[in-house]
Design a protein around this ligand. Structure first.
Ligand code: PEP
Length: 250
């Protein structure tokens, strides 16, 4: 049985004055009755604040990125062990904004997944096609290539300590959501691709959907059989809307 998971990706948003009320409301709302697992991923500089606001609660926290290196002369980078030190449970790896704006390649993403797991963080590996790729009908190839780059490095059994997020790039921050059927089709492909190597890993694997999930479309998306929760960007900045999504998942 897969327990649904909803993760808020705050991206580069927030300030201390607004973070605390947001975290408090999410914590209270989740504890008042959300069956799904819930986590938030604030910017690095607010992780310590998130840790103190959420410590001992039903809400976990994580980071949006990490270095593939353990420590050393990497100015501006954040090591996996530092995230663990701040109590992070998750780390988003290979978000499409990292891939497209910061040149993260499939191979770097694989290294980051390895680094995350080495520090006992659960990587949330993001995969997804661009609009152009969808129009060229190569979604399946793109997603399999992104997955295989990691699977070849870590092996299928290590995927039992990871989460996948399918995020079609054309749906991220655009207000244009994949239909539940479009999303289910790719989620089903991902699960059967993993099942070809290990049916038990595939059966337990959490595959989240991300891309303009809102309070008013979450129920249809999250009720599809291979969609196990959501990676939520914009809507995670509003406690009421985020909680509506969390309730729809559970
Ligand atoms: C994301 O950034 O992972 C995301 C899904 O963003 P949004 O929900 O705003 O489309």
């Amino acid at each position: 049985m897969r327990k649904p998971l909803v993760v808020g990706n705050w991206k580069m948003n927030g300030l201390r004055a607004t973070n605390r009320p947001l975290l408090d409301s999410v914590r209270e709302g989740v504890e008042a009755g959300v069956a799904a697992e819930v986590a938030v991923c604030p910017p690095f500089v607010y992780l310590a604040d998130a840790a103190s606001a959420l410590q001992g609660s039903a809400v976990s926290w994580g980071a949006q990125n990490l270095s593939q290196h353990e420590a050393g002369a990497y100015t501006g980078e954040v090591a996996p062990s530092m995230l663990r030190d701040l109590g992070c449970r998750f780390v988003i790896v290979g978000h499409s904004e990292r891939r497209t704006l910061y040149g993260e390649t499939d191979s770097l993403v694989a290294e980051k997944v390895i680094a995350a797991q080495g520090a006992e963080l659960t990587p949330i590996l993001c995969v997804g096609e661009s609009l152009e790729e969808r129009e060229q009908d190569v979604t399946e190839q793109v997603v399999k290539r992104q997955l295989d780059a990691v699977l070849e490095r870590i092996g299928v059994s290590a995927l039992s300590k990871a989460v996948i997020a399918y995020e079609p790039i054309w749906a991220i921050g655009t207000g244009r959501t994949a239909t539940p059927e479009q999303a289910q089709e790719v989620h089903g492909l991902i699960r059967s691709h993993v099942a070809a190597q290990s049916s038990s890993v595939a059966e337990e694997l959490l595959i989240l959907y991300g891309g303009s999930v809102k309070g008013n479309n979450a129920t249809q998306l999250l009720s599809m059989p291979d969609i196990d929760g959501g990676l939520i960007g914009g809507a995670s900045l509003n406690a009421e809307e985020f909680l509506t999504i969390c309730q729809a998942a559970g």
